[in-house]
Design a protein around this ligand. Structure first.
Ligand SMILES: *Cc1c(COP(=O)(O)O)cnc(C)c1O
Length: 456
């Protein structure tokens, strides 16, 4: 079959950019289970959610019926500064691997925050501004979410208060400074600014903090300060919805050249980039229009889908957010010090959890050293220094391409390259010095963490 020459990068014209996000729940016959109030265990209502989140975001969270939700013009004009993200044909990687597979990746690292998180940060900041709020609070571990939110808040002139896990605050001073460039105030957590922070410092003097503790501080600050709300960068339905801009652009670019992906791959932390990438394709499959294979890639150190349970659990360690039915390792699960900071979450998007449970999506877990080896292989031929999180997807894309080499199949593989790794050079250093380990939790550790899931 003669094939039109596919360019290295497929861009979209401004006029071809998506004008609405796609809500895959509308096309799911069996929907994800509803969120529950953490105290009453009744279905969470719009009123309740609106106390925690901006009202329009709470509506998006609960919307299981509208397939398309319009992207407000203010957000679309911000998107135009760094989107469309290029869909790159990895000709050089294919050549290096000597595979008949055709590999494409959607690169989300072309903005200062360096990852896809800006797609949702700008949407959440917009709705906060529209509601007349003064500012938002959040936590950040690895720093990508805090950076993206700082950029979004400065654009809409909102105050942004970030609680950054103290060890990251110290180990990643450059991320901290980027947030300050955008006017955010960054506090190492635990701090003496909140009651919960003071309590933790008293009980554990000298602690370098944890994500759970930073969340508790951010929530306390938001709920005790007039005109503030707390925002989250992953896991929630609304975040996945905003991230569908990734998949919609990818599909539009592929459609231009009549390309159908056989396999779509993405790394899964809370599931937002992968959910965003695959949603439009999953929708087509659910409507009976096509058949695809979807693979979620997670670290062996935090194997939520591959070794967790599908039950109702807390989304946050502070137990203030609604309960979500999802694959989880238990909200008390503390993964080993893996460097893929963005993939260390104990739970998973309820949409992806349901798709996995229905057998529509597959999942694999990979070891850290293999991931860095794949990252380096990719960097050397494609030029981009990938984030450790993104490199999980690279690893499995290469594995699938190598299977094609054995069978001679010319499969089309698409994967999400979520960000750049310039702030992760300590992790690369550990890899080069042979000091990186491949720790995976034992069955006993997982069983113990799952003892804390709520029982009712
Ligand atoms: C946060 C992050 C992830 C994981 O988050 P998801 O919600 O699962 O997409 C992946 N890659 C990068 C670069 C990140 O910053």
């Amino acid at each position: 079959m003669s094939e039109q020459k596919i360019p290295y990068k497929i861009y979209l014209e401004e006029s071809e950019m998506p004008k609405a996000w796609y809500n895959v729940r509308a096309d799911m016959k069996k929907k994800p289970a509803p969120l529950l109030n953490p105290e009453t265990h009744e279905e969470a209502t719009l009123e309740e959610l609106s106390k925690v989140f901006c009202r329009e975001l709470a509506e998006q969270e609960l919307n299981t019926t509208d397939a398309y939700i319009e992207i407000p013009e203010e957000i679309r004009s911000f998107y135009r500064m760094f989107r469309p993200a290029p869909l790159v044909r990895a000709y050089c990687l294919e050549e290096k691997l000597q595979t008949p597979a055709k590999i494409y990746y959607k690169f989300e690292g072309n903005n200062t925050s360096g990852s896809h998180k800006l797609n949702s940060a700008i949407a959440q900041a917009y709705y906060a501004k529209k509601e007349g709020l003064k500012g938002v609070t959040t936590e950040t571990g690895a720093g990508q979410w805090g950076t993206a939110l700082s950029m979004a808040c400065s654009y809409f002139d909102l105050d942004c208060k970030v609680y950054m896990v103290k060890c990251s605050y110290e180990q990643k001073p450059f991320r901290r400074e980027v947030m300050r460039v955008y006017g955010a105030s960054v506090t190492p957590s635990p701090s003496t600014e909140t009651e919960v922070g003071k309590k933790i410092l008293m009980e554990h003097p000298g602690t370098t903090g944890s994500l759970g503790c930073a969340i508790s501080e951010a929530v306390e600050k938001a709920t005790t300060t007039e005109g503030y709300r707390y925002v989250l960068g992953s896991v929630l339905n609304m975040v996945l919805l905003h991230q569908t801009i990734i998949g919609l652009e990818t599909k539009a670019a592929l459609d231009k050249y009549g390309i159908t992906p056989d396999i779509s791959i993405g790394c899964a932390g809370g599931g937002s980039n992968l959910g965003g990438l695959i949603s439009p394709f999953v929708g087509a499959q659910l409507r009976g229009e096509a058949n695809y294979k979807f693979i979620a890639v997670e670290p062996a150190s935090c194997p939520t889908l591959t070794r967790g349970s599908y039950v109702y659990d807390y989304c946050d360690t502070g137990r203030v957010c609604p309960l979500s039915k999802m694959y989880t390792l238990g909200s008390g699960f503390i993964p080993s010090a893996s460097h893929a900071g963005g993939l260390r979450y104990h739970g998973m998007s309820s949409v992806l959890s349901e798709l996995y449970d229905q057998g529509i999506m597959e999942a694999v877990s990979v070891k850290q050293t293999e991931v860095f080896a794949a990252a380096e292989q990719f960097a050397r031929v494609e030029g981009i220094l990938p984030a450790p999180e993104s490199s999980h997807a690279i690893k499995v894309a290469i594995d699938e391409a190598m299977k094609c080499k054995e069978t001679g199949e010319e499969k089309t593989i698409v994967f999400g390259l979520t960000g750049t790794g310039y702030f992760d050079m300590y992790a690369y250093e550990k890899f080069h010095d042979g000091k990186m380990d491949d720790y995976a939790p034992t069955d006993e550790e997982i069983a113990n963490a799952l003892k804390n899931i709520p029982k009712f």
